[in-house]
Design a protein around this ligand. Structure first.
Ligand code: FAD
Length: 304
């Protein structure tokens, strides 16, 4: 049986430290993955995230699974879910139906994204005829359909398709003008990239929270491949630190925990108070990093 999380705990463990954390999960494909996800949610919930988000597979491929996961979070936990939603491979009416279903289920927070081309990252993006073309259009659509809290994506190294940072910041501004109130960044491994981006964003007059997206590297090869696809750079020093550890899971974990802690504590030392963790549905590393940030679990009752 999956763990059940009591609604009795006060979701304020992070808030007490003046920090706001959020966790990102992806909808599970198999029963085993489902078990792992719910064990992770049970472990991380007492840390008091402001919200937990659930991704939407490319081309809407996880539409039902995303919905089911979000609904289960709503009905079985005291957590606040945020549903990711994309524009690709769907008409506006189809996307609006998904939005209405979320609203009816009680979902109040949407992470609004354009999504990547159905043929994969790198392929030319063509808006679906009759669909929302870009994330800013989806944000505007959401505003018409309900009173949602809306988060959007931001890219410290700029979006790979943007010609430059000016174009990128224009895209971010359009999303905010349409109604977004928070941006979550693509992951990055060098904190200076985030701070330089933040300077550009503030200089452009954008004042919403730009929450750093943190990817604890559990598997370097996998993270490198994600990064290549997402347009995030992988510094040589990171590769060096994982060198020779492909078959050494235990050491890899220790190195990963050290690196992620270094990154997050470095951001916190410079005043960052919001963190969005790409958990990959695993609790261990993220739990340890939150612990290092001083976040302790609030009283929970978890029945396994
Ligand atoms: P947009 O803001 O629309 O920008 C995309 C590109 O189009 C940019 O280069 C921009 O400059 C350009 N552009 C924007 N508006 C216009 C316009 N009006 N005219 C011309 N060009 C324009 N993908 C998923 O499939 N599912 C997920 O659940 C998911 N979650 C994510 C969560 C986070 C925090 C992040 C950072 C990314 C996520 N992604 C997800 C990936 C995201 O969908 C891709 O990075 C996508 O390529 C860009 O999405 P966006 O919302 O930033 O798009």
């Amino acid at each position: 049986m999956s763990p059940v999380i009591s609604s009795e705990f006060a979701p304020s463990a992070a808030a007490k430290r003046g920090l706001r954390i959020s966790f990102e999960f992806f909808p599970p494909k198999t029963e085993e993955m489902e078990r792992t996800l719910w064990e992770s949610i049970a472990r991380l919930a007492p840390l008091g995230p402001s919200f937990v988000s659930v991704t939407y597979g490319a081309g809407g491929s996880t539409r039902e699974r995303t919905h089911a996961t979000v609904k289960r979070i709503l009905s079985e936990t005291p957590l606040v879910p945020a549903a990711h939603l994309t524009c690709v491979a769907a008409t506006q009416e189809e996307v609006d139906d998904v939005v209405r279903a979320y609203a009816a289920a009680g979902v109040q927070h949407i992470v609004a994204l354009r999504g990547d081309p159905p043929e994969g990252i790198g392929a030319k993006y063509e808006p679906h005829p009759g669909g929302y073309a870009y994330a800013c259009d989806l944000v505007a659509g959401l505003r018409r359909l309900g009173d949602f809290e809306i988060s959007v994506a931001a890219f410290p190294e700029k979006h790979p398709e943007s010609a430059g940072f000016d174009q990128d910041l224009d895209a971010l501004k359009r999303k905010i003008d349409a109604g977004a109130s928070r941006a979550i960044t693509q992951f990055f491994f060098t904190n200076d990239l985030y701070f330089r981006f933040l300077d550009r964003v503030r200089a452009a007059g954008i004042d919403i929270p730009i929450v750093p997206g943190i990817l604890p590297v559990q598997n370097f090869k996998q993270a490198k491949s994600f990064a290549e696809r997402a347009g995030a750079s992988v510094p040589q020093w990171l590769a060096d630190r994982f060198e020779g550890l492909d078959d050494d899971v235990a050491t890899r974990r220790l190195v990963a925990a050290h690196l992620a802690a270094e990154q997050v504590l470095g951001l916190a030392a410079q005043g960052v108070s919001d963190f969005h963790f790409y958990t990959m549905n695993r609790a261990e590393l993220v739990y340890a990093i939150c612990h290092l940030l001083g976040i302790r679990p609030a009283a929970t009752r978890v029945a396994a």
